[in-house]
Design a protein around this ligand. Structure first.
Ligand SMILES: C[S@@+](CC[C@H](N)C(=O)[O-])C[C@H]1O[C@@H](n2cnc3c(N)ncnc32)[C@H](O)[C@@H]1O
Length: 236
């Protein structure tokens, strides 16, 4: 895919990017960036999307007892929080690494009204770059970095090779540089054999690119009330 950066918000600090809280169809909230005309989640249901694509089709599908998870685009921490809840429920020791270029302030997360569970606050209040045990079954490392940069390295993260990858970048039309095959090659070599990558984007060009990198790709039914299809890629 062609590289171009003109859709990336041209700001150095997250707080300078205007973000509005918007309700989605399942009643849960998401963030909207007017400057990009882009949402953080599906407008058809933020919570439903996160549960279905990442927790159910990714985390729950992984045969690994103690999965190491990588999220590209940590954002509001909703995927991390729902994974923490599932890790505790099923007593699976889970190590989670979230990559994010523009960390969000807690004041913004509060406005989303996701949960009064104290773990959500812990997820956001813990230091960046360090590994932190949030609950008995969930350990988190948040990394502030530009995943699209050629200088990005997994050397700064503690969990590779990964068993599950949540690929949750903004859409290819909005951020084409995040959907470059070199980035998926970078992911591929840092994943275990049999590891899973899930993404909401089911575009043919993305599916073929994942295949060309070496993944076996399945098209799965999308979230209830949401997109028709999503993708799950397995490293053979
Ligand atoms: C679709 S949103 C992710 C939503 C998130 N998973 C959640 O549950 O809230 C995409 C995220 O990717 C982040 N992002 C954008 N460019 C990035 C980059 N070059 N490297 C890392 N993260 C980036 C955005 O700031 C945003 O938080």
């Amino acid at each position: 895919m062609q590289k171009e950066n003109h859709h990336r918000p041209q700001m150095s600090h997250s707080t300078e990017i205007e973000r509005l809280v918007e309700a989605t169809a399942d009643g849960s909230n998401t963030l909207f960036i007017p400057g990009m005309n882009e949402h953080y989640h599906s407008v058809k249901g933020a919570l439903t999307e996160a549960e279905h694509i990442f927790v159910n089709m990714g985390f729950q599908h992984s045969p690994t007892a103690s999965p190491r998870i990588l999220e590209i685009g940590f954002g509001t921490g909703l995927n991390a929080f729902l994974t923490l809840v599932a890790a505790e429920k099923f007593r699976r020791k889970t190590s989670y690494c979230g990559i994010e270029l523009y960390p969000l302030p807690w004041e913004t997360i509060q406005k989303l009204q996701y949960s009064i569970n104290p773990s959500l606050h812990s997820i956001h209040s813990t230091s960046w770059e360090e590994e932190v045990q949030i609950t008995p079954y969930f350990t988190l490392q948040k990394i502030q970095a530009d995943f699209a940069s050629s200088s990005f390295s997994f050397k700064q993260t503690i969990y590779p090779p990964f068993d599950v990858v949540y690929f949750d970048a903004f859409a290819p039309e909005k951020q084409p540089e995040m959907w470059d095959s070199q980035l998926f090659e970078r992911l591929y070599v840092n994943m275990n054999k049999g590891a899973i990558l899930t993404t909401y984007c089911a575009k043919g060009i993305v599916r073929r690119m994942l295949q060309s990198v070496g993944f076996i790709v399945e098209r799965l039914e999308g979230p209830p009330g949401g997109k028709r299809e999503i993708l799950r890629a397995i490293k053979p």
